[in-house]
Design a protein. Structure first.
Length: 438
C-alpha cells in the first residue's frame, strides 16, 4: 500500500463493521443500480507527495474519461490516516462513494463487511478479464477461494534506498544486503547529527509492513493456518524486537522518528539527514522534494543472510492499491466503465509513471518506462521475494493492535527506556488479547 498510511481504527469499531455485513448495504439485487448514470464519486488514496499533486495527476485523466463516456467523476483524495476510518464509516452507513481505492492489505477485512462488489468472473470480463493482472497483485485482493473485493490498480514493493554521497563520505562502497551489514554500516553513518536510517514509528501500517517481513524471516506469520492470531510466537517476538532495536539498541535511528507518521522519514532522506530508508516506490516523492535521481541508489531490502527469496528470505510484503466498487452504487454501469478505464493499458502507463509505481497489468509493464534500474529492483522483488500479508478478515485489526504495540515500543526506546524480549512479548500479548476470539 502506498504512502504507508496510519490505519488508526479501534478494535471495537472494526469488530462492529465486520459483524454488520448487512449494514454494508447494497440494493436488493446486491449489485448497485443505474439511478444516477451521469456521475460517479471517487475516493482516491493519497499516492503523491501531497493531495494537490494527486489532483494534478488525476484530474486530467478524469476529464478524459468524461469526454469519452459523458460521465463526470467527482474526485476526493483522502489522506491515508483518514482513509480506512472513512471507508468503515461508509460501510456501516451505506453512504459511500461509487468507486474507491483501498490498500491491498485491507482487502480481506473489507470483503468481510459485505459492502464491496465482488469481482466474479462476469465482472472481471467487463474490464477485460482476470488474466490481464499479475498473479502477485491478485494474491492481495481478498481471501483465497472467494471472489476478490477489488482489482489491482498500482503495484509496489519495499526496497532499501540509500544516499550515495553520504555512503561515499563514510567510505562505504555498497549498500548492505543483510541486517547485520545494515547495523554495521549504520553505525558508520550515524554521526554529526545525522542518522543511518529513517523509520515511521507512529505509522501503524508501516510498522506492520516491516515486522511482517521480519516475521517471515524468523519463520513467523502472525496468524495460524486456520486464521487465529498468533502474535506471541518466538519468531513474532524476535521480529518486533529486531525492528525496534534499530533505535533502542543500535542507535542508528534518531529518537524523533518515534513520532513520525506522515512520511517525514522521506523528507529527512531527501534533505541528507538520514542515509537510508526502507520504502515503497519512493522515486517520485524524492523528485518532488528536489532530490536528483543520481543522488540516491536502490537495493533489495535486507534479509537475515544469503539472498532474497521465498520463505525466510522474504524481504517485502506485496504492496499496492486496489480499486473497489461499493455494492450500493447508483451507477453500476458507469463504475464498471471507470474501473475498466483506470486499469486499461494506456491509463496504467500514465498513472504508474506519475507515481513511480509498477502496473499490475502485465501488458502495461512492458513499457520501457518500467525497466529503469530502480524499478527493476522492485519488479524483481515482487516476482521473487515478496509475500502477501495474511488475507484474513482480521487483517486491519492486526494492523491496528500490533502496529500500536510497535509504536509504543518505539516511544519507550525514544525515551531511553530499555526494550527487552520480555517487554516486547508483553506488548504482543496485550495486542493479541484485543483480537476477536475464534
Amino acid at each position: 500500500m502506498r504512502r504507508t498510511r496510519a490505519a488508526a481504527v479501534g478494535a471495537v469499531t472494526l469488530s462492529l463493521v465486520l459483524s454488520a455485513a448487512a449494514c454494508g448495504g447494497g440494493t436488493s439485487g446486491g449489485a448497485g443500480s443505474n439511478e444516477n448514470p451521469k456521475t460517479l464519486t471517487y475516493w482516491a488514496s493519497n499516492q503523491g507527495a501531497s493531495i494537490e499533486v494527486d489532483k494534478k495527476v488525476l484530474q486530467p485523466e478524469l476529464d478524459k474519461f468524461e469526454k469519452q463516456t459523458g460521465i463526470k467523476v467527482k474526485l476526493e483524495v483522502v489522506p491515508w490516516n483518514d482513509l480506512l476510518n472513512r471507508i468503515l464509516t461508509a460501510t456501516t452507513s451505506g453512504q459511500g462513494p461509487d468507486v474507491l481505492n483501498i490498500g491491498n492489505t485491507w482487502s480481506a477485512s473489507l470483503q468481510s463487511s459485505g459492502a464491496l462488489l465482488p469481482w466474479d468472473a462476469k465482472n472481471f470480463e467487463k474490464i477485460g478479464g482476470k488474466d490481464r493482472f499479475v498473479a502477485s497483485a491478485l494474491d492481495s485482493t481478498g481471501v483465497q477461494g472467494q471472489d476478490p473485493a477489488g482489482v489491482p490498480l498500482y503495484s509496489m514493493a519495499y526496497a532499501l534506498y540509500y544516499n550515495k554521497k553520504m555512503f561515499a563520505d563514510a567510505g562505504i562502497a555498497k549498500p548492505p544486503a543483510t541486517w547485520d551489514e545494515l547495523v554495521a554500516t549504520g553505525k558508520k553513518l550515524s554521526k554529526d547529527g545525522k542518522s543511518a536510517i529513517g523509520v515511521e514509528g507512529s505509522n501503524l501500517a508501516n510498522n506492520i509492513h516491516q515486522v511482517f517481513v521480519l516475521g517471515k524471516q524468523h519463520g513467523a506469520d502472525f496468524f495460524t493456518p486456520d486464521g487465529k492470531a498468533d502474535f506471541t510466537s518466538d519468531g513474532a517476538v524476535a521480529a518486533v524486537e529486531q525492528y525496534v532495536d534499530l533505535m533502542a539498541e543500535h542507535k542508528i535511528v534518531a529518537p524523533g522518528n518515534a513520532e513520525y507518521a506522515q512520511n517525514q522519514s522521506l523528507g529527512d532522506f531527501s534533505n541528507d539527514k538520514t542515509a537510508m530508508v526502507l520504502w515503497q516506490t519512493a522515486s517520485a516523492t524524492f523528485a518532488s522534494q528536489g532530490m536528483k535521481e543520481d543522488e540516491w541508489g536502490v537495493a533489495p531490502a535486507p534479509v537475515q543472510s544469503g539472498a532474497p527469496g521465498q520463505g525466510k528470505s522474504t524481504n517485502s510484503m506485496v504492496a499496492g492499491i486496489n480499486m473497489a466498487v461499493f455494492k450500493n452504487t447508483k451507477n453500476i454501469d458507469g463504475a464498471m466503465k471507470f474501473v475498466k478505464f483506470m486499469t486499461g493499458d494506456e491509463e496504467q502507463k500514465i498513472l504508474n509513471k506519475a507515481y513511480g509505481s509498477i502496473p499490475p497489468v502485465s501488458s502495461a509493464q512492458q513499457d520501457p518506462a518500467f525497466n529503469t534500474p530502480a524499478l527493476a529492483v522492485l519488479r524483481e522483488t515482487l516476482a521473487t521475494s515478496a509475500a502477501a500479508l495474511p488475507q484474513v478478515p482480521e487483517e486491519s485489526q492486526f494492523e491496528t493492535v500490533v502496529g500500536t504495540a510497535v509504536k509504543e515500543l518505539f516511544a519507550e526506546a525514544a525515551a531511553g527506556r530499555e526494550v527487552t524480549t520480555e517487554s516486547v512479548r508483553a506488548k504482543l500479548e496485550k495486542a493479541q488479547q484485543q483480537m476477536p476470539k475464534k
